[in-house]
Design a protein around this ligand. Structure first.
Ligand code: MRU
Length: 357
């Protein structure tokens, strides 16, 4: 059994508030925040106190429970879903979870909706946790095969951003096979892209892996190409925020460049996703909305100083402009395998897996 040191979200009992781990302060401070209404939830998602596609979906479902607690009318529920949907445009799990909540709740008499909304939030979290486990098991077969090939030397996995337990309700997606392999004493070494501008790799993934005792090294975002070219990476495993029906993968900015380097160096490029991340309504990646975030994230860096203060400092000159697209599209042709809870699938079959939901 994987032991998660902290809960990234505590799914509330009926009538309760929602407790989250504030990811904007990690790894320097461990602080929890209570979310008491739908606006608190919208703020937490928009400011990335909670982040990662599956966790965004589960948190939004909790937001619908808080909304129903205040006013369970059709109008109030639709308006809460609209408010939550507007927080972050790219991760489709947000839409998936909200649509499930709205469909289920509005089909019920108003008097039954509060209880049902809390139950739905729990169901969504459980679906995610079960998917994490199966993604881990299917992904483990790939790591196992690679371990045999490596003849006892560590399997070297490169990952980008954070698709770990922080980003889901259990084992993570990209990290799930890694955690299961580690439990089985399969030697593994993870190269963690730092993932500018918000450093989810350095701040979150490396922190997670360290806590589990998994060997890892943070690398600058531009280092992966060299390591792959030198044969120092056996496989890439990333998560995704949305996968189109044709298998195009939308994930954290920088993923696409890694897929190009992987193809050039014959390194398998695997994407671990629950099927709730596959968008059957999106024929290919070109129409996936790419979130553009505050340019200040590119012009600054945040960390801890020698006195223990968490500070944001400017790295570029005052007055310099920046552009900050938060995600990119990796064409299906560059993806070797999608690791889903329904098995290892070729990216071109993504739409079939989502459609059978
Ligand atoms: O902007 P973020 O931190 O929410 O982006 C997260 C990612 O890109 C993850 O790879 C993705 O959501 C999958 S999380 C299991």
């Amino acid at each position: 059994m994987f032991e998660q040191p902290l809960l990234t979200i505590e799914i509330p009992l009926i009538g309760e508030d929602v407790r989250i781990l504030d990811q904007t302060l990690l790894p320097h401070r461990i602080e929890h925040v209570m979310l008491r209404d739908v606006s608190d939830v919208a703020e937490a998602i928009a400011t990335m106190r909670v982040r990662g596609a599956p966790l965004i979906g589960a948190t939004a479902a909790c937001g619908m429970a808080l909304a129903a607690r205040t006013d369970a009318s059709d109008t109030a529920l639709h308006s809460a879903a609209d408010q939550l949907r507007a927080t972050r445009p790219t991760a489709v799990n947000l839409n998936w979870a909200l649509q499930r909540c709205v469909d289920r709740l509005t089909a019920l008499p108003e008097g039954e909706r509060v209880e049902a909304a809390y139950a739905e939030a729990l169901a969504i979290a459980r679906i995610d946790a079960a998917a994490n486990q199966l993604i881990g098991e299917y992904g483990l077969t790939l790591i196992h095969a690679m371990a045999e090939h490596r003849g006892g030397d560590p399997v070297r996995v490169l990952t980008h951003c954070n698709a770990g337990w922080l980003a889901t309700t259990y084992l993570g997606t990209a990290t799930a096979p890694i955690y299961l392999a580690h439990k089985l004493n399969i030697p593994i070494h993870v190269y963690v892209d730092e993932t500018r501008p918000r450093n989810q790799g350095a701040a979150l993934t490396a922190w997670e892996l360290n806590q589990q005792g998994i060997a890892c090294e943070v690398i600058a975002d531009n280092a992966g190409g060299l390591l792959m070219q030198r044969g120092e990476v056996d496989m890439v495993i990333t998560g995704a925020d949305r996968v189109a029906s044709n298998g195009d993968v939308c994930n954290k900015i920088g993923t696409y460049l890694k897929s190009l380097a992987a193809r050039e160096s014959d390194v398998p490029f695997c994407v671990a996703v629950p099927t709730s991340t596959i968008d059957p309504g999106m024929p290919d990646g070109t129409s996936i909305p790419i979130e553009e975030r505050d340019p200040l994230e590119v012009l600054t860096a945040t960390g801890i100083d020698d006195d223990g203060g968490v500070r944001t400092v400017r790295t570029a000159a005052e007055g310099v402009a920046a552009r900050n697209p938060a995600f990119d599209i990796t064409p299906a042709a560059l993806v070797t395998t999608l690791i889903t809870e329904r098995g290892l699938i070729k990216p071109e079959h993504a739409g079939d897996v989502a459609a059978s939901e």
